[in-house]
Design a binder for this molecule. Sequence first.
Ligand code: 3SL
Length: 240
Amino acid sequence: MPSIDVCYSPELLHLYNLKGKVAVVVDVLRATSSMVTAFAHGIEKIIPVSTLDDCQNLKQAGFLTAAERDGRKAEGFDLGNSPFSYMDASIQGKTLVMTTTNGTHAIRLSVAADKVLAGAFLNIGKVAEFVAAEGKDVVVVCAGWKGDFNLEDTLFAGALAERLKDSFAPANDSTLAAQHLYRLAKPDVMGFLANSSHVKRLQNLNITDDIIYCLQEDVYDVVPVLAGDCLVPLNKAAAK
Ligand code: 3SL
């Protein structure tokens, strides 16, 4: 039986061997939720980059850009990191270059995996279906916050492990802990996260609607997958 493991911070990724595995990178609040939303609304490709400089260079090359630091839209770029800004018809068919505080960097750090997916509560059912069909060991890479553990990405890891529990074995206690937390949180995920650091950070910036939106399960059936330097929707990656 394949296994499912959880890496609680990109800072711990050096302890994991991603070769031959599927990495599901998650930044529930908000990077991977925004990516899923963007694909569901017609964006063609997303190039995740780690730094503002890389994003700026690609802006000068003519790309649409999105940049966030510390929860705020970074100056000089087209979009920030609210999923609601990706519901606009003007993004259809475009390639977006995106940098966020943690999420895009976590994707870049996961490239050693056989496949790198962007997971969120919004597309968790399709992510579970895809990894079950692949049948390879899975590592959920939690983007966390500047190297720290966070609760919302952990809950996603637990939720994914719960969905896969009949066909994937927990790799170790990391997975069991995430599952326990998700079972505790499930009746009221928003309430469970009320005192969590990033929820408080976003609420201090008056960003509450985004949180409620990002905690919804199974809204979209798109799975962004890394193909070279770009995330593309799974159906398009398969056609390559
Ligand atoms: O850390 C990240 O990558 C972002 O998703 C953080 S925020 O939700 O935009 O503040």
